[in-house]
Design a binder for this molecule. Structure first.
Ligand SMILES: NC(=O)N[C@@H](CC(=O)O)C(=O)O
Ligand SMILES: [Zn+2]
Ligand SMILES: [Zn+2]
Length: 344
């Protein structure tokens, strides 16, 4: 008999579903595994107020397979001009969080924040209304090496933010360094982090040794193996400050395999299976459920999902390509074998 693992249905606390025809791919993929997902607002133009967030939610729900039970949790994109009134209205409409994209830091961050002080009134309003603050934590200073931008953001900005807003719950998204893991572990109760499957599975050698592999290119960029090891340690530590966020970020194949390739790895299709491999290899399968299904809702102040999901230990082959709005979409680890499969 094959090995099986049954856990409370997990949630994805960081995902990019995109918009338009892409939703026909991304929403069913997320909904087949996850109960809820934190929907990143970096559309073009971005999701900047309650009205845009609710309209986007409707477009997502229109692609939600009947009976899936999947619930998108909506997020606003902070700009230099986000007002406390915008925050209050978003809270009223059911938006759960706001996201900081330092201007220029990542995909579709052009309308992002140019100076953290400009969003202090919005952050104060979020603190007052009990909304979460999600951060893409990288400086954009071109003088700073791309491999150091996360640590630099912590030192220059995050330490101060945590002091200035002690009652604002923050999530440092998609952490990639030992520095970030240690900072979050030692910070107060208002600081947590999401960790992606790809930052647990890979390091920069996978992207750069023996040829440049654009499908491993994402932001924050994969770091050296010692950082990867620190992330695995954090994920299996049992600390409730670390939980699942795939950062599944689809870009069509021709946008990735290009002289100037886009940043982002697509994992919504097979993310839980990838995380399960990481936890199994670390001898910590018993820690997966808390990381994937318990610590996230606990931090967000939401109930756990009431249903379960079963994983079967069984080899299967990931397709070479999926389809995104009529174009090829290459998932992370395309064509390779995956050791676990979600029973459906
Ligand atoms: N992670 C990525 O490499 N890309 C994300 C943006 C982000 O999460 O920073 C995207 O939207 O493509
Ligand atoms: Zn990001
Ligand atoms: Zn992201």
């Amino acid at each position: 008999m094959s090995d099986t693992l049954t856990i409370i249905r997990p949630d994805d606390w960081h995902i990019h579903l995109r918009d338009g025809d892409a939703l026909a791919t991304t929403v069913p993929h997320a909904a087949q595994t996850f109960g809820r997902a934190i929907i990143m607002p970096n559309l073009v133009p971005p999701v900047m107020d309650a009205e845009q967030a609710m309209a986007y939610k409707d477009r997502i729900m229109a692609q939600n397979p009947a009976g899936s039970g999947f619930e998108p949790l909506m997020v606003l994109y902070l700009t230099d001009n986000t007002t406390p009134e915008t925050i209050a209205a978003a809270k009223q409409a059911g938006v759960v969080a706001c996201k900081l994209y330092p201007a220029g830091a990542t995909t579709n961050s052009d309308s992002g924040v140019t100076d953290i002080n400009k969003v202090y009134p919005a952050l104060a309003a979020m603190e007052e209304h009990g909304m979460l603050f999600l951060l893409h934590g990288e400086v954009t200073d071109t003088a700073i090496d791309i491999f150091d931008r996360e640590k630099e953001f912590i030192d220059r900005t995050l330490v101060q933010l945590a002091k200035d807003f002690p009652n604002l719950k923050m999530v440092l998204e998609h952490i990639t360094t030992k520095d970030a893991a240690e900072f979050v572990a030692e910070a107060g109760d208002n600081m947590a982090a999401t960790i992606t499957a790809h930052h647990l599975l890979y390091n920069r050698n996978h992207m750069l040794a023996g040829g440049i592999r654009p499908h491993y290119y994402c932001l924050p960029i994969l770091k050296r193996n010692t950082h990867q090891e620190a992330l695995i340690k954090a994920a299996i530590s049992g600390s409730p400050k670390f939980f699942l966020g795939t950062d599944s970020a689809p870009h069509a194949k021709n946008k990735k395999e290009s002289a100037c390739g886009c940043a982002g790895a697509y994992t919504a299709y097979h993310a839980l299976e990838l995380y399960t491999e990481v936890f199994e290899d670390a001898g910590a399968l018993d820690k997966l459920e808390n990381f994937a299904s318990v610590f996230g809702p606990e931090y967000y102040g939401l109930p756990r999902n009431t249903d379960t999901i079963t994983l079967v230990k069984e080899d299967w082959q990931l397709p070479q390509a999926l389809t995104l709005a009529g174009e090829d979409l290459v998932p992370l680890r395309a064509g390779e074998t995956i050791r676990w499969r979600v029973k459906r």
